[in-house]
Design a protein around this ligand. Structure first.
Ligand code: PGA
Length: 244
């Protein structure tokens, strides 16, 4: 059965122990088993990844990393490379999350991370989003530039391995998510920009997720009215009752 929706949990630093990580993954695996059309991914911090990968090769919940080095190997203290992530069972990698961008990731660095992820045969989830929505609509230009610059230099044949996560920064960690009708409009805008870069065919297939204050109350509207291809969930993803 084709999985046409993608739900990703970004654990950030919310989960602090191996025991807690194992407990949450087990619970998510049980819920995800019932989701025929949805691929479920969790992104633990680096050190917890090996404890979240199923030892029996169960792929009900796939594992993502929250970031990656753009270097392949060598003298890079504290860094973790994409092939190392692949080796421990990672499938997806977040690139350009706004919290990484505010810590110094430019579009250029994000594009290097994306290339490293694709080179290792993994799938990048490229995070983009404006700081604020001005009434004049210049946030669309901001968004377009972020997408184009972050995906600069990515070969066309890799387009099918890319996922985009649209996360308006003002909604991340906020009480309420963006209005679903506005989400729909933005989803179309992101796909149009993707089409300018890679063509119509890949743009019809690319998954564009919505992230920013998603919870179990607003998730369905974001998918049905907002027409998002999936969700990137932060805080609520470690809430035992709320995810996926
Ligand atoms: P949030 O975070 O769901 O807690 O708003 C989303 C994210 O930062 O990816």
């Amino acid at each position: 059965m084709a999985k046409d929706k993608l739900v990703v949990g970004n654990w950030k630093m919310y989960v602090g122990t191996v025991e807690e990580a194992k407990r949450i993954v087990l619970k998510i695996r049980r819920t995800a088993l019932q989701l025929e059309h949805t691929e479920t991914v969790v992104c633990p911090p680096y050190v917890l990844i090996p404890f979240c990968v199923s030892r029996k090769g169960n792929k009900t919940v796939l594992i993502g990393s929250q970031t990656v080095s753009f270097e392949k190997e060598g003298s890079h203290t504290g860094e973790v490379g994409a092939s190392m992530l692949r080796d421990v069972g990672v499938t997806y990698v977040l690139a350009g999350h706004s919290e990484e961008r505010s810590a110094g990731d430019t579009d250029q660095i994000v594009s290097k991370r994306i290339l490293a992820v694709l080179d290792a045969g993994l799938k990048p989830i490229v995070c983009v989003g404006e700081n604020e929505r001005d009434p004049g609509g210049s946030y669309l230009e901001v968004l377009k530039n972020q997408i184009k610059n972050s995906l600069h230099g990515i070969p066309k044949e890799q387009a099918r391995n890319i996922v985009i996560a649209y996360e308006p920064i003002w909604a991340i960690g906020a009480k309420g998510a963006m209005e679903p009708t506005n989400i729909h409009e933005t989803m179309l805008f992101v796909k149009k920009t993707f089409s300018d870069l890679f063509g119509h065919g890949p743009a019809m297939k690319v998954k564009v997720l919505y992230g920013g204050a998603v919870n179990h109350r607003n998730a369905l509207d974001i998918i049905t009215i907002g027409k998002a291809d999936g969700l990137l969930v932060g805080r609520e993803s470690v809430n035992m009752a709320g995810f996926p």
